[in-house]
Ligand binder design. Structure first.
Ligand code: BG6
Length: 494
């Protein structure tokens, strides 16, 4: 689809997400010519600001966070003209009426054909009220399209997610709602489809006959930073597993779609989520899920606080900063193959990786090696390194019959001059073009919560165990045992 001009309304314009991700994304799109001149950005937040102040904030954020530097003055002055600011109390309908007037002015000024993109970088409890006021204020009466872009978390559990969805769908149709999961905007996550479906090497082996297990790791070195207030109510299960991890798992496990259409792809993903084997009792949760929290420790020689000492965190908090689980997908392709997923804060490295471990070839009958043969691996590196490598077995040079694993690597992020787009750039571009492939559809969110809810419930019981791990370590030992029970281990991520 071609990109059409639109007014982009940025609710939460003075917030962190806008500053770190959205302004830089808009600038990159403009710089690359993906955003033409027929657009405007309206920054919306409560605090008063002039257009000039707003543009200075936008410039500062781009200087700090964008992969392109705004050093071309002519380009910058053309770009910044598209940005205006309006102070808005989102509970006051009158303000929305003023926004209509401002919109008409901008549409005329930039020749924008009535398309409107409402980006809510706000707390989810505000999605409903803002949607209603957009409608009541008259912002949806337009000759072009209107779309709603919302950030996670989408609900706190299945019930609250359903309530939230019921609210916004009173105003927007499902096709008009773009739920962001920024992991789906990452180059290498999108690349999973290509690697799987465009290579004769992999797809024939992509099943329980040849794959022993799948490991998905999302490790972070950061703690909760200044987000303690949000995080302490959320925890790793809701913050990372319900969305990013299950979405990646769905991309790895889905069947080939009938066409590369957003709905066909999302149909396949939702089938995976529906096939996740639910935990049917608290005991099943305790056997298969690890819940951890970091204590004081050190990372690269730097002493770090424990989670309970962090700002805005309850000193007796039982919120998990680490989550690991063994999950099964009960369908024909994956029956019996464990998927191990883990995520944590204050781990030793920042990395997201998917490891596909293949079953061993029956080489033992031929080769009498001293060590056991290592399995073949396919490793997809999502971030910050981007690339893939495979581990294969080869003869050790100079030896009689020693076999050693060797790696064949494609490192996308190592290529000189390859400055890959940020997730938010891709996603904003898609939302404006009307391509919803890499946004989560309601039924995906709903099924993800259905899987997550029993875990959260089991954790609320007094017998549920919270394990502690020192900041800078790889998390609770129990996460290693989970794999050891099945005869596997986590492949080192590096
Ligand atoms: C966000 C979570 O969705 O993803 C954060 O709320 C987390 O807690 C972040 O740090 C990780 O994203 P990335 O792109 O840095 O891996």
């Amino acid at each position: 689809a071609k990109m059409e001009g639109a007014v982009i309304y940025l609710f939460g314009a003075t917030g962190d997400l806008a500053k770190r991700k959205l302004y830089p994304a808009l600038f990159s799109l403009y710089k690359e010519g993906k955003l033409a001149e027929d657009f405007a950005v309206v920054g919306l937040a409560r605090r008063p600001r002039t257009d000039e102040q707003f543009r200075a904030d936008v410039l500062a954020s781009i200087q700090e966070f964008c992969r392109y530097k705004p050093d071309d003055e002519e380009l910058w002055s053309r770009f910044e003209k598209h940005f205006v600011y309006m102070s808005l109390d989102i509970h006051n309908l009158e303000g929305f009426r003023e926004l209509v007037a401002l919109t008409q002015r901008l549409e005329a000024q930039f020749g924008i054909p009535g398309n409107r993109l409402f980006y809510l970088a706000l707390a989810p409890e505000l999605f409903g009220p803002v949607s209603f006021n957009l409608r009541e204020g008259g912002l949806l009466e337009t000759t072009g399209w209107h779309r709603l872009v919302i950030e996670k978390p989408f609900g706190y559990d299945r019930e609250s997610a359903r309530e939230l969805n019921a609210q916004i769908t009173q105003v927007f149709r499902e096709e008009e709602i773009y739920r962001i999961d920024h992991y789906l905007g990452k180059e290498m996550v999108q690349n999973i489809e290509v690697i799987r479906f465009a290579n004769a090497f992999f797809e024939p082996l992509w099943n329980n006959k040849h794959i022993a297990n799948v490991q998905i790791s999302l490790a972070e070195t950061v703690g909760v930073e200044d987000r303690g207030g949000y995080y302490d109510k959320s925890g790793a299960l809701r913050d990372m597993a319900q969305n990013h991890m299950l979405q990646m798992l769905a991309m790895i496990a889905m069947e080939p779609p009938s066409r590369l259409h957003p709905e066909d792809i999302r149909d396949e993903k939702v089938k995976v989520l529906r096939s996740l084997r639910p935990f049917r009792s608290p005991e099943e949760v305790y056997r298969n899920v690890v819940r951890g929290q970091y204590t004081a420790g050190t990372l690269k020689g730097k002493p770090l606080k424990g989670y309970r000492e962090e700002d805005s965190v309850d000193p007796a908090s039982v919120t998990e900063t680490y989550f690991a689980a063994r999950v099964f997908i009960d369908n024909f392709r994956w029956a019996g193959v464990p998927f191990y997923i883990r995520t944590g804060k204050r781990l030793p490295v920042k990395t997201t990786e998917v490891v596909i471990e293949f079953k061993n070839a029956p080489a033992g009958v031929l080769f009498r090696t001293r060590n056991e043969l290592a399995p073949n691996l396919l490793v997809i590196r999502v971030n910050p390194m981007e690339g893939i490598y495979i581990k294969i077995n080869a003869k050790k040079p100079g030896s009689d019959a020693d076999i050693q694993p060797v790696a064949m690597e494609f490192c996308q992020s190592c290529q000189v001059g390859l400055n890959t787009p940020e997730a938010y750039e891709t996603l904003l571009y898609d939302a404006i073009r009307g391509d919803s492939t890499y946004f989560t559809r309601w039924d995906e969110v709903d099924h993800a919560w259905a899987f997550v809810d029993p875990i959260a419930e089991a954790w609320r019981l007094p017998e549920s165990e919270l394990l502690f791990y020192p900041a800078g370590s790889w998390g609770p030992e129990r996460a290693a045992e989970l794999l050891a029970e099945d005869g596997y281990h986590w492949w080192p991520v590096n």
